[in-house]
Design a protein around this ligand. Structure first.
Ligand SMILES: [Zn+2]
Length: 526
């Protein structure tokens, strides 16, 4: 028999097997039992939290011929079997990532007109629904407005902020939570027992930690470990070997350089890590975890072995390291790196952001000012003045009509329109996506004639909004709210910085190669 991955093999076929989403499961079961089934559901949440699993279970349950008392499908009737095998005409799964056009949705609208051939409901599960084009959303909206009684839509998404409000308002929304480590450990323990696998508890905890809230990741990581040590007991050390594979001493060395204030050394280690082919996102989150462990070790006298998930030999090393750094500094480091960890996930300039964060760690005063960023702006401005390259920020007015070809250009903003931006700042923030909103939140909009200047205190936020798609998003939202073409500029707050004297060569240390300054052919007339 072909090998089947754990997460496929053990996809829950009863509601009680769905872990960590009790509230959602109870509500859905009650709807099924009371025959009060909605026509449009929206399942939101990060990957691997059970959205598709629950959607399929729900689709089975509403169609099952011998539903169980708790509302779960029987799993045995022809309808249940057909759905499980993916041959049912009544459960249609669509991946919006690859079928995101108007035509794909129109096809659904045409199909919806025919009542189900077997069973009671036609269930459309649209995964990654945020990937639909605007036209496709509009087409979907028409169907959601007047759905036939036998149709259920289950829309699943990892990015609910990209779903139009018109769609949101027509769906029952359910937020799937990240799995806790305990939930994942319990589930893996159950499955390991069923499969007669010998696994140490500590190994399961480590696997769960690596999975970062995703049950699917947890099970596939467990799969990897079991495949590697087939037929043997999976110990913590073996799991470390398969999954960790990271020499944890690199974090210690990295921290030493930071504590010594050695920018070159720290960035050198970063370089080393990148050369080894490690993903920066993973490195940043692992280093944050390392700092968290140090903090726990340094603030507690108790035996931390269970809380700090490391081997006893590493624990001894952590204790030594913890003596060299105080808790306040550690907390500051953790804050900066957690912020970084959130920001780089969506950024195309992971390396620059990481390097800026490293420097921030060493220079507390830089958190409100970063003169290297000013230098960078100066450099960009000079390049633009020379007409060599065009940065998106300075050319927004010229760029906007190009970006939105289909739109009629807006009239340019008058000073009072620009004034209105500051009054509507809250509204503007609300319309931005999460990343942009968090970056713009602490910036100050100021008016200078018919121009808006957005002043940033924080270099990382400045860097995020300077990225072209984010600048464009901000432009679009501001124009939309004000109804005029508002010219704006991004600036770093001016302040005297001790930075220049201390690190005159800093610019050469930061890898600015990652920053794209696109030359835009469309702007020849600028
Ligand atoms: Zn059934």
């Amino acid at each position: 028999m072909a090998y089947q991955a754990l997460y496929r093999k053990f996809r829950p076929d009863r509601f009680e097997d769905v872990k960590g989403q009790d509230g959602i499961v109870t509500t859905l079961k009650n709807q099924i039992l009371a025959e009060r089934i909605g026509h449009a559901y929206l399942f939101c949440g990060t990957r691997g939290t059970g959205k598709t699993t629950v959607a399929k279970l729900f689709a089975k349950a509403v169609n099952c011929e011998n539903r169980k008392e708790d509302g779960s499908p029987c799993g045995e009737c022809p309808t249940c079997r057909a759905i499980a095998a993916g041959t049912s005409m009544n459960v249609i799964e669509i991946d919006a990532a690859s079928n995101n056009g108007v035509d794909n949705i129109r096809e659904i609208r045409d199909e919806v007109a025919y009542s189900p051939t077997e069973g009671r409901f036609k269930v459309y599960i649209i995964d990654e629904v945020h990937m639909l084009s605007i036209g496709a959303f509009n087409a979907l909206l028409k169907t959601l407005e007047e759905p036939p009684s036998y149709v259920i839509f289950i829309l699943a998404t990892t990015e609910v902020n990209k779903i139009p409000i018109t769609i949101l308002s027509r769906c029952q929304r359910y937020d799937f939570h990240r799995m806790t480590i305990d939930t994942m450990v319990d589930r893996m323990r159950e499955l390991a027992d069923q499969e007669n696998m010998q696994v140490e508890d500590k190994a399961l905890r480590f696997v769960a930690k690596c999975a970062d809230g995703s049950m699917r990741d947890a099970l596939s990581l467990l799969d990897q470990c079991m495949a590697f040590y087939f037929g043997q007991e999976l110990t913590y050390d073996k799991a470390l070997e398969v999954l960790g594979a990271v020499d944890t001493s690199v974090y210690g060395r990295f921290l030493d350089q930071i504590m010594d204030g050695n920018v070159t050394g720290a960035i050198g280690i970063l370089e080393e890590v990148i050369m080894q082919g490690r993903e920066l996102t993973a490195f940043v989150s692992d280093f944050t975890w390392y700092l968290r462990n140090l903090l726990l070790v340094s603030t507690s006298d108790e035996n931390m072995e269970d809380v700090v998930d490391v081997s006893s030999e590493n624990l001894a090393r952590l204790k030594e390291e913890a003596k060299l750094i105080d808790a306040d500094t550690l907390m500051r480091f953790i804050r900066i790196f957690s912020e970084l960890s959130n920001n780089i996930r969506y950024s195309t300039q992971k390396r620059v952001l990481t390097e800026i964060a490293i420097i921030k760690l060493m220079k507390p005063e830089m958190e409100t000012d970063l003169s290297s960023m000013k230098q960078r702006i100066a450099k960009l401005e000079k390049e633009i003045a020379n007409g060599v390259k065009a940065a998106p920020v300075q050319n927004v007015q010229a760029a906007a009509p190009v970006v939105h070809k289909e739109k009629v250009p807006l009239p340019p903003a008058l000073p009072e329109d620009v004034e209105a931006v500051t009054g509507n700042w809250g509204k503007i923030l609300k319309k931005l996506d999460q990343l942009c909103r968090s970056a713009v939140k602490f910036a100050h909009p100021t008016v200078k004639g018919d121009e808006l200047i957005i002043v940033f205190e924080d270099a990382m936020n400045y860097a995020i909004i300077s990225e072209k798609p984010n600048t464009e998003q901000l432009q679009t939202v501001i124009n939309e709210i004000i109804g005029k073409e508002v010219r704006f500029r991004l600036e770093m707050q001016k302040a005297d910085s001790p930075f220049d004297e201390d690190y005159p060569d800093l610019k050469s240390l930061i890898n600015f190669d990652g920053i794209d300054i696109e030359t835009e052919v469309q702007q020849e007339d600028f």
